[in-house]
Design a protein around this ligand. Sequence first.
Ligand SMILES: Cc1cc2nc3c(=O)[nH]c(=O)nc-3n(C[C@H](O)[C@H](O)[C@H](O)COP(=O)(O)O)c2cc1C
Length: 219
Amino acid sequence: MPRFGKARMLMYSQKLLEVNLSAKLLGLVGSPRKDGNTDVLVDEALAAFREFPREFPQEKGETEKVFLSSLQIDPCRGYFSCKHGKGLDSVCAQRDDMTGLYQKMFEADALLWATPVYMWSPTAQMKLFLDRLFPLGDYQKTRWRCALKGKPIGLIIVYAETDPLDSGVFQTRDILEVVAKSSGGSVAFVIHSTVGEKGSAREDTELLRRVRESVKTLL
Ligand SMILES: Cc1cc2nc3c(=O)[nH]c(=O)nc-3n(C[C@H](O)[C@H](O)[C@H](O)COP(=O)(O)O)c2cc1C
């Protein structure tokens, strides 16, 4: 047993706590609009995660926001190499920005997937991303099967129609939810809301409050 002085021991245990207690949230924005409603709500969620929890000074939340539209994510080409266990080192046989995004997702402690409803569906940017999660499906036999296992995932969906039944929000939610679950993730919360003009979600204090509260379920 190494001989540590009291002070050294304290520093050492604080260091351990620091490592254990920091958590990272990766937020994916499926809207192509910077400062749009999706972006506003993701920013709110990430800000809340950085602040929460506050019980110990060592605890900290790290966050990263990624605009899917700023990445080169090509459509799945249906090679099925993931299904046959080929390309084990890189999840997918294709080489594009999805390679780095898989890595970021595996390293994050929690994920946020956010999209507006476009034509009663997730946006095309979000759908490209979802299709590329095929290697992580619970139907796969490789080591990437359910690779998001144990990862809490928060879902945020915005739309313009005042009647949710006409908006396509429920189909969009169902798609995000089933892909998250089949990839091994556990859906921690779903927030969907009708919104107004670009960025108007910033004025919706009740919606912002719901986002901040929900983020706590990711920890
Ligand atoms: C191409 C397109 C399709 C849309 N389709 C729908 C729709 O099916 N249902 C709906 O309620 N809103 C629809 N909207 C409205 C958007 O969901 C809404 O404007 C939302 O705020 C956009 O998100 P953003 O502000 O983050 O960019 C559509 C908007 C666009 C541009």
